[in-house]
Design a protein. Structure first.
Lengths: 919, 253
């Protein structure tokens, strides 16, 4: 071992630049690994910290066992518990989402803050008649269930900060009802700050008072929601003498026996449930992806260094075999070098990761509100993963080292040439193309269902894709050399023949270099192709109006007639909108909820003739089922409705089938509508979300059109709050539109609230698209940080490879210098090679990104919350150009140092060192 | 009865070169004598280096037996052969003998680095080879002759019975080459080591006790150098050997 240790030490010290660059690349990877492991563990810890405070003053929560929608605690459970001596208090609670808006211009004593949703926030309103607040009251007083003068609410500190409101301020509930309630804020309490996954556990709300943003009495909650209260969960305080565990296990069988079985939950159960929830799962997937990427970068950095070392030291390894070492000892030598390199990377990367996390934690307190730390276990995981990566990276070089024969010590150095590569290119392409098709096949042709496991497909398909690209890379190298060498040589004023075949003659090294560089650009392209394609599904297209005008209150008949009279200036269609529940779970939302699999829809009443029929319909779109004319007739005569394409596809229903809606205001009187057609409404989901059509809940399975009059009658709606406007190609004058809208609003004398002119919202559809794009761009570029870091790390590896490459060709460069080529020519040759390698990496990476991103859109449909919408692949050319441009810059810069190193060496030195390139 | 330092018995070796098979050694037999300085001569491609490599266990032979101190090299596992070579056989190549990242002393110690107490021995080797002032130098700071002396020192550090050298003077000037030959002669005469040198230079071979000549893989002649006083005489003798018609299956003694 002493011999091996000496050889490792001497080899690493003999190439300090290479050791340093590899250490930097490995350290950066370790840093990234520690970062993601720490973020993940901090997030998991936040579940623990959150759960430990989530119950507030309660020791137990009574929670219904059923996971179905609208589940509730059996009132009998409450009675059973109330009868027990051990129970000091039991407080039933009703948790339901509610959108509230800070009342602008009210009696606010705080500056009212406009957040990203305007002044509105969607929060959980908890109705409870508890005598004491569940958490510390930091301002004001707790709700008094007996007072009846006004609607009083206590709000959470987080909501107070979000909306900039406090005690004595008011909140309003936007909605269609004429009696718009105003909620008086009487107190502020402090629940634990939310975790990264918020109050939701999968598709359901965590059963604890900590999810509440607003608290009021049961009576007021019932009035606000206009429905009979239910008990979502109940908090239990036991007497001091009671043993929580004994009590829990004694009562559990009894609660299970009820018609609607209930269970107890403790803070530990909450933590477990949060950890296992889908969002936590998603967090762990993100951690795995970034962790895998960091490991891959570390692997590639070490692999390339060891592989180059074996290539260059064939003679020395052979000599060692001849005079001292066995095959196994050579393998240990190479593996040892890998471990030392990763050790150096850890020595630098671990402190760097710790410093990074400290800086990020202090700079962005909101990232993980329970604080972010470097955990010893995180460091151990990073060390373990890095060590395994180093050993894996050493495997192939070590195996190649053992294949070195003692007689190679005196054999002539291998001259890598590619005469046979041309012959094998055809075979490579023939094998590569089917491999490239595996992932798209598994995503589209053999698409997974909602219950099918996707991870296995993703891993298998991605591995096939990478192998396919690896096989294709030599072909791409040939193509890039043939097509780009001459123009690039001309740009850099080099004789083209000096560049020709340089990359192909070092095929293995060029392939390794290109594949290493392509990791970052591949991920970058994948993120942007996937992200932009997903985003497109949310952006309303030509079917949507140019502008939506939203009124706080329904327009009167008088105003509506005035709207009709203005149709020759703008084309205006009034919409009467309700958000009814589907009586039957036709979309199977209980089993697999998603953005389009819900129990609630947005039902928009519109004039069918104007909307769909005639030569110039207001809503012009593709019809998937039915015809516009027939649909308009059926909407008018038979209570027909037009559904979006994804609704029809996911429900399995067809034209002529019936949908039964439950009106929110009169739940007993269900309404039946017949599907008259299905249309493509790309972006319809976001359209309804941002134009206040989802008045009752933020969930909606889709936008369904029906006849205006039928909707108004069936759902007891007095008038439209939405006007859809088309300008017929003319530029809309927003000011004039606002004035027109205000005049409508002003003439609406029948309204009780009246006069809130500044609450009219003019929402151009392009603004919706732009907002989505801006938001998506932010997140896509945020997600792109990791690929950009990967590009930077891989460029360090490229510097290493290029240094080795120019070193191996010192003799050739010496000859070029001796026959009259200048230093500048040598420098330009090496930089040109860097650019060519960058181009190959861009080609490989972009191909990977497009295939993976495109397939990802299909796999997302099967697994994620965003599943269900029709998604067409989008090519984000600007983003791809930026990603590829960054990669090319990295590649060119990576070649500068090796270029200068060769350029600055004298011809004689090049020739003398070139005789034995290992020097 | 003591074993000979080495013996090659009916050794056959062929290589695949492109699509054709090249026979490097044809039924060669050769027995070493203790403390003898033996020179193997022949033109390029005659098989002389292959024979040396076979004696060192660096290449597997197709047929026949190679024994060193009575140990059949063909019977040994790779690991055992490596250990045996490290301890009992010293090998020196024409060039690229040294690990460039190690200094001269570490290169010399390389085969025995796991062992303690070599200080005096290594020092004595450097002293005897006239390179004691070069112990800390890296190979790239040494002349060709000095590099070869370091390589010989490394070959001797384990005190082997058999020292095999493949064209050791091939990359040296004549003065350095003759100095090296003197060292080899002394190793044989004064230290009683068996030294086998592959060479095509009569000026080297004339330092030997015995010369064997190979042509096209056949051992065609062998003779004592007793009475041959200079390189010129030996060159004539060597040329005469090459004129002798080939007799298949001839083996040395």
């Amino acid at each position: 071992m002493k011999t091996i240790a000496l050889l490792i030490r001497s080899n690493l010290l003999s190439r300090p630049t290479r050791t340093l660059l590899t250490t930097m690349a490995t350290a950066a990877s370790v840093c990234l690994l520690i970062w993601i492991v720490s973020v993940y563990l901090s997030a998991i810890r936040s579940f623990d910290l959150y759960a430990s405070r989530a119950l507030g003053r309660y020791q137990l929560i009574v929670d219904p066992v059923s996971r179905k929608v609208n589940r509730e605690v059996d009132p009998q459970a409450i009675e059973i518990l109330r009868a027990r001596d051990e129970v000091a208090t039991i407080d039933p609670m009703w948790a339901r989402l509610l959108t509230v808006r800070a009342e602008p211009g009210g009696a606010s004593i705080h500056p009212v803050r406009q957040n990203s949703n305007g002044y509105a926030a969607e929060e959980v309103l908890i109705g409870t008649d508890a005598a004491e607040p569940p958490f510390d009251l930091i301002n004001g007083r707790w709700v008094d269930g007996d007072q009846t003068e006004s609607l009083e609410v206590v709000i959470s500190k987080a909501l107070s900060e979000l909306l900039g409101v406090g005690v004595d301020d008011g909140l309003v509930i936007p909605g269609p009802t004429n009696e718009r309630p105003r909620l008086e804020i009487i107190g502020v309490i402090e629940p634990p700050p939310p975790t990264v996954t918020g109050a939701m556990v999968g598709s359901r709300m965590l059963p604890s008072p900590s999810v509440g943003g607003l608290f009021c009495s049961m009576r007021d909650a019932s009035w606000i929601h206009r429905t009979k209260p239910i008990i979502t969960f109940a908090g239990v305080v036991l007497t001091n003498q009671a043993d929580v565990h004994a009590f829990r296990y004694e009562l559990m069988p009894e609660l299970y026996k009820l018609d609607n079985p209930a269970q107890f939950m403790t803070d530990l159960d909450m933590e477990e449930e949060m950890s296992e929830a889908a969002k936590a799962g998603s967090l762990s997937v993100q951690a795995y992806v970034v962790g895998a990427l960091a490991t891959l970068m570390s692997f590639l950095a070490i692999y390339s260094t060891l592989s180059m070392g074996v290539n260059e030291r064939t003679r020395h390894l052979a000599l060692l075999r001849a005079v001292a070492l066995t095959k196994q000892q050579l393998a240990i030598l190479i593996a040892g070098e890998g471990l030392i390199l990763v050790g150096l990377g850890l020595a630098v990367g671990v402190p760097a990761g710790w410093i990074l996390i400290r800086i990020v934690d202090s700079a962005t307190k909101g990232l993980i509100r329970h604080g972010m730390d470097v955990f010893p276990v995180g460091i151990l995981i990073s060390i373990g993963i890095s060590g395994v990566a180093a050993l894996l990276a050493a495997m192939l070089p070590a195996w190649r080292a053992t294949r070195v024969r003692p007689l190679d010590a005196i054999a002539p150095q291998n001259q890598a040439l590619s005469g046979r590569h041309n012959r094998t290119n055809g075979w490579l392409v023939a094998i590569a193309i089917p491999l490239l098709a595996v992932l798209p096949w598994m995503s589209f042709i053999d698409a997974p269902g909602p219950a099918d496991p996707v991870l296995g497909r993703l891993v298998f398909g991605s591995v096939a894709l990478v192998i396919g690209l690896l096989l294709l890379t030599p072909v791409l190298i040939g193509i890039v050399e043939r097509s780009m060498t001459t123009p690039l040589a001309r740009c850099l004023r080099l004789p083209p023949k000096l560049l020709a075949k340089q990359l192909a003659s070092q095929l293995r090294r060029t392939t390794a270099c290109a594949m290493t560089l392509s990791v970052g650009v591949g991920m970058f392209a994948g993120i942007h192709v996937w992200g932009q394609s997903m985003v497109q599904a949310f952006i309303p297209t030509a079917w949507a109006p140019d502008t939506t005008i939203v009124f706080e209150q329904p327009l009167s008949d008088l105003a509506l007639r005035q709207v009709t009279s203005r149709r020759d200036e703008y084309r205006v269609e009034p919409l009467i909108v309700e958000q009814p529940r589907l009586r039957d779970d036709v979309l199977n939302s209980a089993e697999f909820p998603s953005v389009t699999r819900q129990m609630v829809v947005v039902l928009a009443g519109i004039d069918p003739e104007n909307a769909f029929a005639g030569p110039d319909p207001f809503i012009e779109t593709d019809w998937i089922a039915g015809t516009p004319t027939d649909a308009a007739i059926r909407m008018k005569k038979e209570r027909g409705c037009v559904v979006p394409d994804h609704f029809l596809m996911q429900s399995g229903l067809s034209v002529g089938d019936e949908l039964v809606f439950v009106p929110p205001e009169s739940p007993q009187q269900t309404r039946r509508y017949t599907i008259a057609g299905a249309v493509r409404l790309r972006g319809g989901q976001w359209m309804t979300k941002t134009t206040d059509m989802r008045q009752r809940t933020h969930r909606s399975a889709g936008l369904i059109f029906a006849d205006y009059q039928h909707v108004a009658e069936d759902f007891l709606l007095s008038g439209p709050r939405h006007l859809w406007v088309r300008s017929g190609g003319r530029r809309l004058d927003r000011n004039r539109l606002t004035e027109d809208a205000k005049s409508l609003d002003g003439q609406d004398v029948a309204r009780s609230a009246g006069g809130q002119l500044d609450t009219i919202r003019i929402i151009p559809t392009t603004d919706i698209g732009n907002q989505i794009r801006r938001s998506a761009q932010f997140w896509l570029w945020f997600m792109s940080i990791v690929p950009l870091i990967a590009m930077a790390i891989s460029s360090l590896t490229m510097v290493n490879m290029f240094l080795a490459s120019v070193q191996a060709r010192q003799w050739d460069f010496g000859i070029l210098r001796s026959i009259g080529f200048s230093r500048s020519v040598l420098v330009r040759i090496v930089i040109a090679e860097g650019i060519l390698v960058g181009v190959i990496a861009c080609a490989v990476g972009t191909l990977f990104g497009i295939i993976a991103g495109w397939s990802g859109t299909a796999l997302t449909q099967a697994t994620s919350w965003f599943g269900g919408m029709r998604i067409d692949v989008a090519m984000p050319l600007t983003s791809l150009a930026i990603g590829n441009g960054v990669m090319l810059c990295f590649a060119a810069f990576a070649a500068v140092w090796p270029a200068l190193r060769i350029g600055l060496t004298s011809p004689l030195t090049l020739l003398s060192q070139g005789r034995d390139p290992t020097h | 009865m003591s074993q000979p330092p080495f013996e090659a018995v009916h050794v056959q070796k062929s290589f695949q070169q492109g699509t054709s098979q090249v026979v490097a050694l044809r039924d060669v037999s050769l027995i070493g004598v203790e403390a003898e300085f033996l020179a193997i001569m022949g033109a390029s491609g005659s098989g002389k280096s292959t024979l040396l490599h076979a004696l060192a266990g660096l290449t597997n032979i197709d047929d026949g037996v190679v024994r060193v101190e009575g140990n059949d090299l063909g019977e040994m596992s790779d690991a055992r052969l490596t250990r045996f070579r490290r301890e009992r056989i010293g090998v020196v190549f024409q060039a690229f003998n040294l690990i460039p990242t190690l200094n001269a002393e570490d290169n010399v110690r390389l085969p025995m680095l796991g062992m303690e107490g070599l200080g005096d021995q290594v020092g004595a080797l450097f002293e005897s080879l006239g390179i004691s002032n070069r112990r800390d130098h890296r190979p790239d700071a040494l002349s060709g002759g000095e590099q070869q002396r370091v390589a010989i020192a490394r070959a001797l550090v384990s005190d082997p019975a058999l020292l095999l050298l493949d064209e050791p003077t091939g990359s040296l000037d004549s003065v350095a080459g003759q100095a090296l030959c003197q060292i080899l002669r002394d190793l044989s005469t004064q230290q009683g080591r068996t030294v086998v040198v592959v060479t095509h230079e009569p000026a080297v071979a004339c330092w030997a006790d015995r010369v064997v000549v190979l042509r096209d893989g056949l051992l065609i002649d062998e003779y004592s150098t007793a009475g041959i006083d200079d390189a010129e005489t030996l060159a004539r003798r060597y040329q005469a050997s090459l004129q002798v018609p080939v007799v298949e299956g001839r083996s040395g003694t």
